[in-house]
Design a protein around this ligand. Sequence first.
Ligand code: OAD
Length: 237
Amino acid sequence: MTGSLIILTGAGISADSGLATFRDADGMWSKFNWQDLATPEAFARDPQQVHAFYNARRAQLSDVAPNDAHRALAKLERDWMAAGGQFLLVTQNVDDLHERSGSKNLIHMHGELTKMRCVHCDYVDVAFEALSTDLPCLNCRRADVLRPDIVWFGEMPMQMDMIMEALESCTLFAAIGTSGTVYPAAGFADLARQAGARCVEINLDATDISTGFDECLTGRASDTVPNWVAGLCETTP
Ligand code: OAD
């Protein structure tokens, strides 16, 4: 189990924990208009509406728990690192289910529901309660400056330098539960393949980018990921 393993996860891995995906038939963007909720312009127009959307999603975290797919990836990280390999888990998810299942080497490229950021001084703090425009920043003390520490449409995902550097030396790449429609994450498999990595997709169904993978496994993440991890541990020297 040596080499450099990068796992990319999307909303599908948390679907089996009860969190809605975005683009499935009952997904979030079928019920809500992302232009009103997930852009800097929407926040400037109506911050309370944006806060209400993310407050509800943050509150939901205490009602859900990691599933077998999250747990399998945490175990894979421990085993892979113990064998001397490099491991990076990149998630597009803003929930905290990966860390709650024990994943350590983890990048939340689209931010985290449990963090807030001051638009005035850039101070980032934990956010476990509801946010509002009335709350002051704990650092600069201004009001009307706190936003969810979430990457919105039109904004640069987080820690891209680290992700790009890791992709350059990747030997095995797996994309789990992501539709492959949002860039730059949707382009990671191509970059990994260019670096010589074997690419595996795990999803409920084939996606628009499935042809870019060496292997596509279909099924619910909570079934397919533990099986894939078990196979990997048996077969990878
Ligand atoms: P999507 O909703 O676009 O895709 C979820 C994928 O998970 C789909 O391909 C489903 O087929 C698959 N899926 C659903 N249930 C599954 C299950 N039980 N097991 C395995 N796969 C399952 O979500 P993302 O690709 O994560 O960004 O979306 C990417 C970004 O778009 C999000 O981070 C978010 C969204 O707009 C922002 O809000 C900035």
